[in-house]
Design a protein around this ligand. Sequence first.
Ligand SMILES: Cc1cc2nc3c(=O)[nH]c(=O)nc-3n(C[C@H](O)[C@H](O)[C@H](O)COP(=O)(O)OP(=O)(O)OC[C@H]3O[C@@H](n4cnc5c(N)ncnc54)[C@H](O)[C@@H]3O)c2cc1C
Length: 230
Amino acid sequence: SIVMAVTNPEAPTYLRASMIIVPTDTPGFNLVRNIPVMGHEGSDYFSHGEILLQNCRVPVTNLLGPEGQGFVIAQERLGPGRIHHCMRWLGICKRAFDLMCARANKRIISPDGKTLATRQIIQEWVAECAAEIQAARLMTLQAAWKIEHLGQKEARIDVSLIKFYVANVMQKVIDRALQVHGGLGMTDDTILAFFYRHERAARIYDGADEVHKSVVAKRILSSYEGREVR
Ligand SMILES: Cc1cc2nc3c(=O)[nH]c(=O)nc-3n(C[C@H](O)[C@H](O)[C@H](O)COP(=O)(O)OP(=O)(O)OC[C@H]3O[C@@H](n4cnc5c(N)ncnc54)[C@H](O)[C@@H]3O)c2cc1C
């Protein structure tokens, strides 16, 4: 595991923490439990461990990067990490969208053989989801291009925009795909219920929606300060 710990409480705020590699078989490393999330404890990658470190010692060579750079390392990971989340969420959107369209075409809902796909409200969901997924994909590509060619600082607003926008598009697409599946959508016979549970956290981790919206809005509003607009 990678432990982020305050190693120098006297240092300036952003230079207090370090990252340390702690093998999970080190004496004093205790996995208390996997914290249940949305009713599931999960395992391996899909789990969230509560860890108790008691007199747990590792060699100083286990330091990951320089001492005091834990916060900086974590921050540097965040920009590309958020783009990576968005790419994964776009994949989930595509999977949910495919399932929704296939189900709408297949599910017969009237004695004369009409399918869900013949209903205008379902068509509206399909069209809206298609538009929003495409917008989300293009915004993500733009943010990725900016971070690659102009650097983290220049891409900051684009990354915040996609972090909340793509997460919300994904939740809408999953929700609609689940709705189209009716009772089947609530079961674990399709992957939609898993996505619905597991991906709710997307609007919270790596910065809650509200924090990213605030970052974006403050930057935009400050660019209008003292600017005459007619
Ligand atoms: C499934 C999951 C996995 C996670 N994985 C990791 C991980 O790998 N590494 C890691 O470091 N952390 C991880 N986290 C932690 C995550 O980053 C935090 O939960 C998140 O930053 C929110 O912090 P908080 O839980 O303390 O909520 P709080 O800070 O208490 O915020 C609660 C709510 O208040 C609102 N809010 C907060 N701040 C503001 C603000 N400035 N303006 C307006 N509204 C605001 C938001 O709606 C927010 O959801 C994970 C969380 C979850 C749920």
